[in-house]
Design a protein around this ligand. Structure first.
Ligand code: ME8
Length: 518
């Protein structure tokens, strides 16, 4: 059983509908996973929903539903959203599923037996919105708390604490020895700064049922439910455990019922997450894993946050981007292209409708779409759609882009990979303008030259389909179809020059990205 390349996303709170930020993160993961599959590696992609905790309980109450009924209704729309984005996830976890709850309880029991929890009374401030305890140092100079914490109440409560404190130096050393553990560097530096400049408090890992009952019961004390982050993070191993992964199963005592085809998944290769939850993934999670005696994930890949029109997205002010509406109007590949081309993984980004439309028009319709359409239409018109003898005029340039794209994809440099691919689109469009096949077609003495030009263009279109597949899967497949090739361009190895054979009959050209009226 060989280990699969295992990629996860954050699991989204189910207290609303998916927005641009959720979509962006899932697309980063999808492109990375598709790339690995295209390069011949078996990969497993996990996404899902975080369904417990106070936020969800309150949202359910506000709608007059039980939390479970509320989650069930929303989960259906989140799952169809994953399909709408054309995600190739292998599983979709909901933290209310039995397979997850059993693992969380098994791990809590094991850690409790190992003396990793202690009970203590806490007196102080609590943010219900963030489900977190606050201290004096969280107060602003005027004594109030940041509005992001919502209503802050004073509380006295006994809970179970998970020991974090003692592991601080170990984690600093680990981060220093493994510079790509948290990537990109700006987010790694934040984690190191956080660890070096703060006291690492132990983690309050339970909530009394009298205050919150929408959570996983703590196996060693039924007066408590599990703190939502202790529950949510475990999804990354509860799913492997459910698929029979031996490493994940080693973390707790309960064995699930027989599994016919066990998978080897843990440790995760990449956890893709947003910048606001770095502390949970790069501080709490590694220490939890260490206590469980499990290996750490290979990398935590942190993306920035989207704004719209320079302002924070907010449902209350209506300043939001609805991915479903954009996809319905422009197509899923246009959406996938824009978010990954516009925003590199790491910094924050800004969505504007004008920016979206400008890229659609320049890069998709007039760039890629125009290249494929005119290349194949000319081949149809001048050679009846029959591929002429092969020619290598653009071979070296195409191969250079293939090598460059592959190297960038292997480093998860998705934005730069798209730039590299577009350098070939631009070069090939230039080639049409320079060689002017429409003029060559008028002169029978230039027939051989026209053959060569048409071959080069068709072959570039084919290679582009292969390079684009992780990003724009349905466009890539359409290009293949228009070239008269069956199947899906999902094998990177097909990106070598000279695969189109003389005499092959292409399909019917059609616009890939219809022009829209301004
Ligand atoms: O944090 N731009 O769930 P969530 C980019 N359940 N990304 C954004 C964003 C924006 N404007 N807004 C949110 C949670 N995100 C937890 C995760 S994981 C074990 C538990 C990202 O629904 C955010 O950074 O609030 C996070 O990675 C993901 O969307 C889910 O956020």
């Amino acid at each position: 059983m060989s280990k699969r390349f295992y990629v996860t996303t954050a699991i989204d709170y189910v207290n609303g509908h998916p927005h641009l930020g959720h979509a962006y993160e899932k697309l980063i993961a999808d492109v990375i996973v598709r790339t690995h599959r295209s390069l011949g590696q078996e990969a497993f992609f996990l996404t899902g929903l975080d369904e417990h905790g106070q936020k969800v309980q309150q949202a359910a109450i506000a709608e007059g539903k039980t939390p479970q009924a509320y989650c069930d209704a929303l989960a259906a729309s989140w799952k169809s959203f994953a399909a709408k984005l054309d995600l190739t996830n292998n599983d979709f976890i909901r933290t209310t599923e039995t397979r997850h709850k059993e693992v969380v309880q098994g791990i809590l029991a094991r850690l409790h037996d190992k003396g990793q929890f202690y009970r203590e009374i806490y007196r102080g401030f609590y943010s219900t919105k963030e489900e977190t305890f606050l201290t004096e140092k969280d107060r602003r100079p005027d004594g109030t708390f940041d509005l992001a914490y919502g209503e802050v109440i004073e509380l006295e409560e006994e809970n179970y604490y998970f020991k974090l404190k003692d592991h601080k130096q170990w984690l600093i050393d680990y981060l220093e020895r493994n510079p790509s553990f948290v990537s990109p560097e700006i987010h790694r530096n934040w984690v190191l700064g956080f660890l070096k400049n703060n006291v690492l408090e132990d983690l309050c890992s339970t909530r009394p049922t009298e205050r919150l009952n929408w959570g996983i019961p703590v196996p060693f004390d039924r007066n408590y439910v599990t703190y939502v982050w202790f529950d949510a993070l475990v999804n990354y191993i509860s799913v492997p455990a459910a698929h029979g992964d031996p490493a994940a199963l080693g973390a707790f005592d309960h064995q699930p019922s027989t599994i016919n085809h066990p998978l080897s998944l843990w440790p995760a290769d990449i956890h893709v997450i947003g910048k606001d939850i770095v502390k949970f993934h790069a501080v709490f999670w590694p220490i939890m894993l260490k206590a469980m005696e499990l290996p750490l994930p290979n990398q935590i890949l942190v993306h920035g946050w989207w704004q719209k029109d320079g302002e924070k997205m907010s449902k209350t002010t209506g300043n939001v981007v609805d991915p479903v509406a954009v996809i319905d109007e422009w197509g899923v590949d246009a959406f996938r292209f824009y978010v990954l081309r516009e925003l590199d993984i790491g910094p924050d980004g800004n969505w504007t409708d004008a920016g979206f439309q400008a890229r659609y028009s320049a890069e998709l319709a007039n760039g890629l779409g125009n290249l494929v359409n005119r290349s194949l239409s000319m081949l149809k018109r001048y050679r009846n759609g029959i591929v002429p003898p092969s020619s290598n005029e653009l071979a070296a340039e195409a191969e250079k882009v293939v090598v460059e794209t592959r190297a960038l994809l292997e480093q998860n440099q998705l934005q730069r990979a798209l730039q590299a691919i577009w350098s070939l689109v631009t070069r090939a469009n230039q080639y049409v303008d320079q060689t002017a096949p429409f003029k060559l077609a008028k002169d029978p003495a230039k027939a051989e030259r026209l053959d060569a030009v048409l071959y080069n263009l068709a072959e570039v279109c084919r290679i582009l389909a292969v390079l684009l597949w992780p990003f724009l899967p349905s466009t890539a497949t359409k290009i293949y179809g228009q070239l008269g090739l069956s199947g899906v361009p999902d094998k990177f190895s097909a990106a070598s020059w000279g695969v189109l054979a003389a005499g092959h009959s292409i399909g019917t050209p059609a616009a890939l990205f219809p022009k829209k009226d301004a």
